[in-house]
Design a protein around this ligand. Structure first.
Ligand code: HEC
Length: 135
């Protein structure tokens, strides 16, 4: 069961990685710092995955909290459409489940929360791609 969950998580993560968002013209300096900001999401989500794989609840909770904090920073709101704000709220809800599950030391719930969070990553990026990587 654990091996199955781990495999599913890896497949999802790999799938996410290949689905890049096409870049759009922007000032190179601010583009670089935005890219860096966005890539932090990947770092933190990797630490959640690592925590799940090693049953390290502290690592899971820390990753989820760092992602939540990131999503509340002003750089997050590069778009202000209602849809983008809704996607951000869904994303934070998924993170809340992960944080709660980590505190309850409920690995299955945390793993499902991670899957849900990953779906939110992809949904928001899909929305942005549809907008032609919207501004
Ligand atoms: C609410 C919307 C939203 C959610 C949820 C979201 N992102 Fe993003 N992501 C963005 C935006 C906006 C960009 C910047 C796209 C651009 O350059 O126009 C971005 C860019 C990125 C990039 C850089 C992409 C590239 O092609 O260089 C990575 C990596 C990334 N996000 C990872 C993640 C991960 C991992 C998650 C989930 C843990 C996530 N994102 C969830 C909105 C979101």
């Amino acid at each position: 069961m654990k091996r199955l969950i781990a495999t599913v998580l890896l497949v999802i993560t790999a799938g996410f990685l290949v689905a890049r968002i096409p870049g759009h013209a922007q000032d190179p300096a601010s583009k670089a710092s935005l890219d860096h900001f966005m890539e932090l999401k990947l770092e933190h989500s990797k630490s959640i995955l690592e925590g799940l794989a090693t049953e390290d609840y502290e690592m899971i909770a820390t990753g989820a909290q760092r992602l939540t904090a990131l999503s509340l920073e002003s750089s997050w709101n590069v778009h202000t459409t209602q849809r983008y704000l809704d996607q951000s709220a869904d994303f934070r809800r998924a993170l809340l489940v992960i944080t709660e599950a980590a505190r309850e030391e409920n690995l299955d719930r945390a793993a499902l929360g991670y899957v849900n969070m990953t779906v939110q990553c992809m949904e928001c990026h899909r929305y942005l791609r549809k907008q032609g990587s919207a501004k």
